[in-house]
Design a protein around this ligand. Structure first.
Ligand code: BG6
Length: 486
């Protein structure tokens, strides 16, 4: 690999220690990051190179899977780290940054200069402009920017304008780490590398689809951020809608960045615009309340005591195209749920006629396919089988594939894959400007509805439960219920 330099803005923050450094270490360990490379952390907290290295070494021992920890290798890895205390919001620091970079790399190698914005979203529009002023936006440099990209459609457009004035689109990598998950990519392999499911993958055979990404943690130490985001901006507008796109998209003729991303945008553009009824009845937002030894959201640090920020959202979406017209997609996400799970459940239509006996309410008339993204990664198909013995009783059983059988999903996690892709210049799994805007265009009415309707319901749900009961009612309209994994 050529000399490579990466500058992380927000290097003293949560994301850097939890995700970025373990990902970079995993690339180093796998020899994907080799030769002379420099990782220069930038942040407001004051560290020297030495103290930053010891801090990261300690955090690696917390956040890298124990079986992947190799003290010697980790110690070697941190010798590549450097730190510059500066406020990324202020222009002054950038000439110093440039200077430091030149010292560290002898020169700025234009082919391998990567910026990573792991700052609060309020800086996403500021940093690129300062980079430009300091002449750091070399023609082949790249920038990875975290989500949420924008606060609504207008601000996302403005951000896109700013980025376009500093970089070419091929240099901009809007990251959505769900797309870096092995299991998310496998949704495409499952659909398009097998002949047997795709003919059924449409309105004629599919009754409805659920997409669930819930967590059993609260907002941890991120009160300040979460108050400005909420579940819709934090999870739905990006991660969940990406999963909908993977489930609903058409197969590109050739799998490459442009073709894949064209198909994603087509899905977003086909989302049925939300009307009055949808806004009032097909969106359920909730906020967790104290329960047992768990705090309520409003008691969390950095959260207003009368906050109306949603920590749960369930929605019914429609896709207006030939493949999906009339098939509801129910999506939901929430903090402080009973468990952490991300899965897509595809419910096939019932058999037209039930001729077998079934007992105990377990009448397997409809097949169900569960794509489990995490944890216990795998795929489960629910099918009806005859119970052995006399008579013709049929019961639902499962056929399953577990990633554990293929050696398990690698621990390096989504960030390693995506950073590696960016270093290689492969933008396939990153969000393009038109996709980000198309997604906001769809969700903007929800944000407007909430801000214009002060009494729009926000339901409380006790921490550790499956969210407001109203979300069950939304499913019952379709004669369905959420698949709550245990
Ligand atoms: C992040 C959100 O993007 O995704 C977090 O900001 C959330 O709030 C996280 O916890 C979930 O990601 P994962 O990979 O742990 O499911």
């Amino acid at each position: 690999m050529d000399k490579f330099a990466m500058i992380i803005f927000g290097a003293s923050g949560d994301l850097t220690k939890r995700k970025l450094m373990p990902a970079l270490y995993s690339l180093f360990r796998d020899k994907r990051l080799t030769g002379e490379f420099t990782i220069l952390g930038v942040g407001r907290t004051v560290y020297t190179d030495e103290s930053y290295r010891s801090y990261i070494l300690e955090e690696l021992q917390r956040f890298v899977k124990p079986e992947e920890q190799d003290m010697e290798l980790m110690t070697l890895f941190v010798t590549h780290l450097f730190y510059l205390p500066m406020d990324p919001a202020e222009a002054e620091g950038y000439s110093l940054l440039r200077q430091r970079l030149i010292e560290l790399t002898d020169d700025i190698n234009p082919n391998n200069l990567l910026f990573y914005l792991a700052t609060p979203p309020s800086l996403y529009g500021v940093v690129p402009l300062h980079l430009k002023e300091a002449g750091l936006n070399t023609s082949e440099s790249r920038i990875i920017v975290e989500k949420p990209f924008g606060y609504d459609l207008e601000s996302a457009r403005e951000l896109n304008r700013i980025y376009a004035s500093v970089f070419d689109e091929h240099q901009i990598y809007r990251i959505d780490h769900f797309l870096g998950k092995e299991t998310a990519q496998n949704v495409l392999a499952f659909r398009f590398a097998n002949g047997i499911f795709e003919p059924l993958w449409n309105r004629n055979y599919i009754d409805y689809v659920e997409v669930t990404a819930v967590e059993n943690l609260g907002i941890e130490q991120r009160g300040g951020f979460y108050e400005t985001a909420g579940a819709l901006r934090d999870m739905v507008q990006n991660h969940l809608i990406q999963l909908v796109a993977l489930t609903a998209m058409e197969p590109p003729a050739i799998f490459n960045a442009d073709n894949f991303r064209n198909e994603v945008v087509k899905v977003y553009e086909s989302l049925t615009p939300l009307n009055e009824i949808d806004l009032n009845e097909h969106i359920v937002r909730g906020q967790y309340t104290a329960s047992g030894n768990k705090k309520g959201y409003r008691e969390e640090k950095g959260v207003a005591p009368d906050s109306r920020t949603e920590t749960y959202i369930a929605m019914k979406l429609g896709i207006s195209n030939w493949r999906w017209s009339g098939v509801p997609f129910y999506i939901r996400t929430g903090k402080q749920m009973p468990t952490k799970v991300t899965e897509i459940v595809v419910h096939f239509r019932e058999t037209p006629h039930q001729m077998f006996r079934c007992s105990g309410g377990n009448c397997p008339r409809a097949n169900k396919l569960i794509l489990r993204l995490q944890p216990n990664e795998g795929i489960v198909l629910k099918i009806g089988m005859k119970v052995p013995g006399a008579g013709f009783e049929v019961r639902q059983v499962t056929m399953d594939f577990s990633y554990a059988d293929l050696g398990g999903v690698p621990g390096g996690d989504a960030y390693a894959r995506l950073i590696d892709d960016c270093i290689q210049g492969d933008a396939t799994l990153f969000t393009r400007s038109d996709a980000v805007e198309a997604s906001w265009r769809f969700f903007d009415p929800v944000l407007r509805f909430w801000s214009d309707t002060p009494n729009a319901p926000l339901y409380g749900y006790p921490a550790g439960t499956w969210g407001p009961l109203e979300s069950e009612a939304m499913m019952r309209e379709h004669g369905a219920e959420w698949t709550n994994p245990c």
